[in-house]
Design a protein around this ligand. Structure first.
Ligand SMILES: C[S@@+](CC[C@H](N)C(=O)[O-])C[C@H]1O[C@@H](n2cnc3c(N)ncnc32)[C@H](O)[C@@H]1O
Length: 199
């Protein structure tokens, strides 16, 4: 995704109390819901508004994009939404093992070329990582408009010992909708699944 550089993004993100800093491990009595690659945060901000009883964490590696979530939080703060500006590869800097009850992957970059598949956020190396952080009953929810990514992801989940508990090739709008889903829904079907680890 090409992103616009924002001059104040770095100071905005680094000085915001809504941003969880490196090596500050998130501890919560509430179930922790993490969105990886949360973009400008519309989806997770919407969910956090609806469910005060959960803690929501938006993780976005692009500082210019993460800054958009910071801006939303500064304008209308929610006390159950934290922001992380980092790569998904560095979950250990923010989470304890088995502390995440739901992990959302919305419209992750599809990386269609075979040599780039390992960058997909559902690639087995990422699923192996997520497994360490999910609670025993934890689930991963995936939404995309990219059929090849979706079908390959089903194989990735199954190869890593996940059970697909829900699957749709024409998913209705959920409780909250991301920026990408808002756009992609106009062009065709949305594919979605939920996966959990085998007991
Ligand atoms: C196509 S956008 C989708 C944004 C949002 N989820 C939505 O549905 O509107 C994918 C986002 O994932 C972020 N991203 C990609 N790989 C990432 C990674 N390894 N760690 C954190 N964020 C990542 C990108 O910076 C980008 O903002």
């Amino acid at each position: 995704m090409r992103t616009k550089k924002i001059k104040q993004a770095s100071s905005g993100v680094n000085n915001s109390s809504f941003v969880t800093k490196e090596n500050n491990i998130i501890k919560s009595d509430k179930p922790v819901h993490l969105e990886i690659g949360s973009g400008k945060g519309q989806f997770i901000y919407g969910l956090a508004t609806l469910h005060q009883d959960n803690l929501y964490v938006a993780l976005e590696k692009d500082i210019n994009v993460a800054y958009r979530i910071v801006q939303k939080q500064e304008e209308q703060p929610l006390n159950n939404l934290s922001i992380i500006n980092d790569d998904a590869l560095h979950l250990e800097k923010y989470f304890e093992f088995h502390s995440i009850s739901t992990l959302y992957l919305n419209f992750s970059d599809p990386w269609p070329k075979t040599r780039h598949h390992k960058r997909r956020l559902t690639f087995p190396t990422f699923l192996k990582l997520y497994k360490q952080y999910l609670t025993k009953d934890g689930i991963i929810e995936l939404r995309t408009d990219h059929l090849e990514l979706f079908n390959d992801s089903i194989d990735y989940f199954e190869s890593e010992g996940f059970i697909i508990t829900e699957l749709s090739y024409d998913s209705p709008v959920g409780e909250s909708i991301s920026e990408y889903e808002t756009k992609k829904r106009l062009l065709g079907p949305i594919y979605s699944l939920k996966a959990k680890l085998e007991a």
